[in-house]
Design a protein around this ligand. Structure first.
Ligand code: ZN
Ligand code: ZN
Length: 140
């Protein structure tokens, strides 16, 4: 099925609506908001929907999505690279070092401190990432 919303998303980002791009967007749109997914998960979910794509081709697609701001990429210790849809909502992450569960949080106090540091540096903030490695309540 051709999804006009996904075609529009790609066009807005100057990407041609190729089968692999549309298939990846379609799989991603089935995820709950705040899902952090690996390349392998996308490959598996594509396969379950009858679309066979290699890890390499999904990697390239996600790289294009990252460059366009459709997804955000994270690198977490012991988990590796995960992606999430870019909903435009600023947040940071906690990662459980035992079970690998990833949770999101947003503390305005962190934002204020960050802005203070950037302003003191007289530079401009390009990217920030705050990852708190924890042992989650289920693993304690
Ligand atoms: Zn845990
Ligand atoms: Zn997140």
């Amino acid at each position: 099925m051709i999804d006009l919303v996904h075609i529009a998303t790609l066009k807005a980002n100057r990407l041609r609506p190729t089968t692999v791009r549309l298939a990846v967007l379609s799989v991603m749109s089935g995820y709950e908001e705040g899902t952090h997914f690996t390349i392998e998960k996308i490959v598996d979910d594509l396969a379950s929907s009858g679309v066979r794509k290699s890890v390499g081709s999904v990697y390239r697609t996600l790289k294009e999505f990252e460059d366009s701001g459709i997804v955000i990429r994270h690198l977490f210790d012991s988990i590796g690279t995960v992606y999430e849809s870019n909903t435009g909502t600023d947040h940071d992450h906690t990662v459980c070092v035992v079970c690998g569960v990833i949770k999101e949080f947003h503390k305005t106090e962190f934002d204020s401190l960050r802005n203070e540091v950037v302003s003191e540096s007289k530079g401009r903030l390009i990217k920030h990432t705050q990852i708190l490695y924890v042992v989650c309540e289920n693993c304690l």
